[in-house]
Design a protein around this ligand. Structure first.
Ligand code: ADP
Ligand code: MG
Length: 373
């Protein structure tokens, strides 16, 4: 089931300042393709949950429309939309067993949807099997780990065979190892069931690792939409560039003069075709090449060897952050006693942004044929 959002907008009266209006979601237009997992990503307060609640019907948009397939569901109450919802806190009924929790949504079905007891049980066990908790059906939630509880919550969302599955930060309450495991589990379940899924998270690594597509939001406004790797490789603005990637992108103040990119007085890269202007320069950690005669000089602070890679920690007066991190192949020998370290730059890992608007300025050969926004 494809889900189409048309100019979706939601305004609230501010919780903090009387009379002030907060635009939680601002003119969001996007079609979530059928059977795909879309990650909705952005910092806390950017409008992710509000978007999700509008898709499921818990909140009414101020303006705009929502379609499931060809059906306009904008005015449809949540129970008639056929959505499964999973929250951060598993919200299981503590006095019920796992089986009773999963059966619960089926017991209220009415009319043509009504199931016999056998059908309900069959459906519950089917979903429990998908999330691999069918051995735990007689336990109470308190007898389960966080990861197991979250899987029960997912089974409970799946049992009504939803047309759309919505997950709001479902891994936030799990410890690091379980978080990793459960996110792979969710990916597997989604692939198996092929249910169109929206996965909300503020964790870029999480979104990048499981999503077919990501939507990056800031202050209610969509910044960029695309395949995770495409967005990483070609961020549309400085915000997106900074939001994606660990270690984060290195950002410098710089200037384009006569087709050369200058950082701190050094000409570090040819940028023929770009007009003279002040810029922010984003350089991915993997964008540095260690070279004795490299044009970009930084002050060496530390060298961390991490198996396959070497992480060079350095400083530069033009850097926005206190430290710069360059990741290079462990085959490279770094003189750890040297005062300075010199780099050449990989042009496809260097991004320029307008100093005023923070929008991307594309170098020759960088411009994608179509920039999905
Ligand atoms: P996220 O899920 O990305 O953290 P939310 O969608 O919860 O963000 O919130 C987006 C913005 O809308 C925030 O500024 C938040 O304070 C505001 N907001 C959300 N719900 C309400 C509400 N019921 N009343 C007033 N403001 C709200
Ligand atoms: Mg939220």
């Amino acid at each position: 089931m494809k889900v189409e959002l048309q100019n979706l907008t939601k305004q609230f009266m501010s919780r903090h300042k009387a009379g002030e209006v907060v635009t939680a979601v601002n003119n969001f237009t996007f079609t979530i393709p059928d059977g795909k997992l879309v990650g909705l990503l952005g910092p806390s307060g950017c409008g992710k949950s509000t978007t999700l609640y509008m898709i499921c019907g818990l909140q009414k948009p101020t303006s705009g429309k929502i379609f499931f397939g060809e059906d306009d569901v904008t005015q449809l109450p949540p129970e008639n939309r056929g959505v499964g919802l999973v929250f951060q806190n598993y919200a299981l009924y503590p006095h019920m067993t796992v089986k009773q929790n999963i059966l619960f949504p089926l017991q209220n079905l009415k009319g043509a949807d009504k199931l016999t007891k056998e059908q309900m049980l069959e459906r519950a066990y089917e979903c429990a099997k998908i999330v691999q908790i069918d051995e735990l059906m007689d336990r109470k939630p308190s007898e389960l780990s966080g990861g197991q509880q979250q899987r029960v919550a997912i089974a409970r969302a799946l049992v009504k065979m939803p047309r759309v599955l919505l997950l709001d930060e479902p891994l936030s309450n799990l410890d690091a190892r379980l978080r990793l495991q459960t996110r792979e589990e969710i990916k597997r379940i989604q692939k198996e069931t092929k249910i169109t899924t929206v996965f909300v998270t503020h964790d870029q690594e999480e979104a990048m690792s499981i999503s077919d597509m990501i939507v990056v939001m800031k202050l209610g406004i969509v910044q960029q939409i695309g395949k995770p790797q495409d967005v990483y490789n070609s961020p549309a603005n400085l915000f997106v560039a900074k939001f994606l990637g660990t270690p984060p992108i290195n950002v410098f103040g710089g200037e384009v003069k006569g087709g050369k990119l200058c950082i701190g007085g050094e000409e570090v890269l040819d940028v023929a075709g770009v007009s003279d202007c002040k810029v922010y320069v984003g350089i991915r950690p993997e964008g540095f090449i260690l070279r004795e005669d490299g044009p970009f000089t930084c002050k060496l602070q530390n060298v961390e060897v991490m198996g396959r890679d070497v992480s060079i920690v350095a400083t530069n007066n033009a850097s926005e952050n206190p430290i710069i991190r360059a990741i290079i192949d462990a085959d490279n020998l770094v003189d750890t006693n040297a005062e300075n370290v010199r780099f050449a730059l990989k042009p496809n890992k260097v991004f320029l942004f307008d100093k005023e608007t923070e929008e991307r300025i594309y170098l020759d050969g960088q411009k994608p044929t179509e920039i999905p926004r």
